[in-house]
Design a protein around this ligand. Structure first.
Ligand SMILES: Nc1ncnc2c1ncn2[C@@H]1O[C@H](COP(=O)(O)OP(=O)(O)OP(=O)(O)O)[C@@H](O)[C@H]1O
Ligand SMILES: [Mg+2]
Length: 302
């Protein structure tokens, strides 16, 4: 089997626990992401999602293990990987517009200043920031606006891999819906690969090809990879009508409510912790020939 675009191999992260001991956040986590895939990761607060993302971004070194992108080990940040941080991380001395043009100039050094600015304005407009607001500095923007600048900045650079840490957390429901749809448009027209952390189950089902489920820490595991068996294009109002929607949703809720805790804190001696693939497709059950035994609701291949 060929190697995936992004390959996470036996990643372990430990920190001092502040009391002279060691906190193992996760151990020997291994999974792959294919080129062009949209993968969301769900797990309780503190299980290690941002830690994994910072390692994928090349901003943190794992205690052990390796991340490979296109076959090369990730070390240090790169313009091929765009990050939207949980806390936005804008440059406070630059306006919203300059926060976006800054990265575009580095990515496309041959572009004229006019072209860079037009491109930045285009992406700011996609996230609903137009007019005078683009001249404001981060301290003069609301939390939701800052988050949108951060999203525009990452998307405008067309990175091969987009790493999004709860990118819509500070947005009201209405803006969130619009920007989710904008993200799907941007992503579907490209070969970009997306790895996104979210706490919102419905958002994950709307956006993802697969959802990775993490157990609680310490010794957290990426326990399952749940396929979203709902065809694209998807819209928020229509996916809820799909027969698989509630079956998938219930599975995720059940995992986060119960199994993530049951599986927590279990140290394992397996050298390679890979998630099991979960495929839920009740539409297959519905179309099964009458009288024949329905296929199982949950097909698991390891
Ligand atoms: N620099 C650090 N030093 C010590 N412990 C750390 C450090 N960074 C993170 N941790 C610990 O590692 C664990 C995972 O943190 P992380 O930020 O990855 O969680 P998360 O899943 O992103 O949570 P949230 O959903 O709240 O953002 C937590 O227990 C946290 O306290
Ligand atoms: Mg986090």
């Amino acid at each position: 089997m060929s190697k995936p675009f992004l390959s996470i191999e036996r990643l372990t992260q430990q920190y001092p626990d502040g009391q002279g001991g060691t906190l193992t956040v996760f151990e020997n986590a291994s999974f792959g992401i294919e080129k062009g895939e949209f993968v969301c990761i769900l797990g309780h607060s503190g299980c290690g999602k941002s830690t994994i993302m910072n390692i994928l971004a090349g901003l943190a070194e794992p205690t052990s293990g390796v991340v490979k992108m296109d076959g090369f080990a990730v070390s240090g940040p790169s313009l091929d990987r765009g990050v939207v941080f949980q806390n936005y991380s804008l440059l406070p001395w630059l306006s919203a517009l300059k926060n976006v043009t800054f990265g575009i100039k580095a990515r496309y050094p041959s572009w004229s200043a006019d072209k860079v600015e037009a491109h930045a304005r285009d992406f700011l407009a996609k996230v609903g920031l137009e007019g005078d607001v683009v001249y404001r500095k981060p301290s003069q923007l609301s939390g939701g606006m800052r988050q949108r600048v951060s999203i525009a900045r990452a998307f405008a650079n067309h990175p091969k891999l987009l790493l999004l840490d709860e990118p819509f957390g500070a947005l009201d429901a209405l803006t969130r819906g619009t920007i989710q749809e904008e993200l799907l448009k941007i992503w579907s027209g490209t070969e970009q690969t997306v790895f996104m952390i979210t706490h919102d189950i419905d958002e994950a089902i709307l956006l993802a090809d697969r959802i990775l489920l993490m157990t609680n820490g310490p010794f957290a595991r990426v326990a399952e990879s749940v396929e979203i068996t709902i065809p694209r294009p998807r819209s928020r109002t229509e996916i809820v009508e799909h027969p698989n929607y509630y079956a998938i949703r219930n599975h995720l809720v059940q995992f986060l409510g119960q199994r993530s805790k049951e599986l927590a804190g279990q140290q394992s001696d397996v050298p390679d912790q890979r998630p099991e693939t979960v495929r839920i497709d009740v539409s297959e059950t519905e179309t099964a020939t009458e009288g024949s035994a329905p296929p199982p609701l949950r097909a698991v291949n390891t």
